[in-house]
Design a protein around this ligand. Sequence first.
Ligand code: BT5
Length: 255
Amino acid sequence: MNEQKFIAKKKFFGKKIYSYAWVDSTMKIAYSLAEEGAEEGTVVVAEEQSQGKGRGNRYWFSPVGGLWFSIILRPQIALPNITQLNILGAIGIIEAIRKDFFLLSPQIRWPNDVLIRKKKVGGVLCRAKSMGKNVDFIIMGIGINLNIDEFPSPLCFTATSLKREIGHYIPREVFLSGILRELEKLYISSKDNFSSIIEKARLFSSLLGRQVRVRMGKKEFIGLAQDLDERGELVIRLENGTYKKIDNREDFFIR
Ligand code: BT5
């Protein structure tokens, strides 16, 4: 049964939660709700997704056991700074993990991956709808491998779950309300001041100080991941000594 539950809470993020047993993608449902005028902070969560999406339409493995949800955001900004929101989402995942499981050391692989011991435990996907120069809404999708025991190849080499890292089951609703609290705090504070989020992204970065290989279309270059600028773009020091900033439109690889 794919019954739609409607849970009302007092908070801003997750004040309204639409919860499904299965969906194609929570992104699609949240997008339709946003178009119909759903308020900021509305959440769509599913136990399972048949067509979970990553960036660039990549596949997102979303079986029962994970935490898959999307939040409707209506930021008052002229242009969607998706890089910043990706970083905010990843830091929200990191803060929620650190709060509940202080022995784990999650890291952000700029701009949207969360890793534990170099394996991906979660990811963020932001989609914007613009009206002319203004953002109408943004859907922030968050995927966290909560209680997944096995991953198919090739994910079994690159992915992990929180259950595998800590060795026990984690209740989904409890983790969801914790991460919504963290995301809400970050989102509210980011309106006045994004620099504290950038500071956290620097602190928890898996890339800074490392040599990276970046692919932009057919071009590829190698350099040192030097810093994140105030807009959340990654500053790379190229082999010839010049600097290049990249945003999250590029495909990104670590050598
Ligand atoms: C992401 O994309 O990491 C964004 C993931 C967002 C998923 C959420 S779930 C709720 C909402 N609804 C959706 O349909 N999507 C969002 P990207 O950086 O492009 O990473 C995609 C790559 O990660 C894939 O090409 C695989 O290599 C790998 N991957 C796929 N599923 C994975 C999983 N469950 N755990 C770890 N890695 C995975």
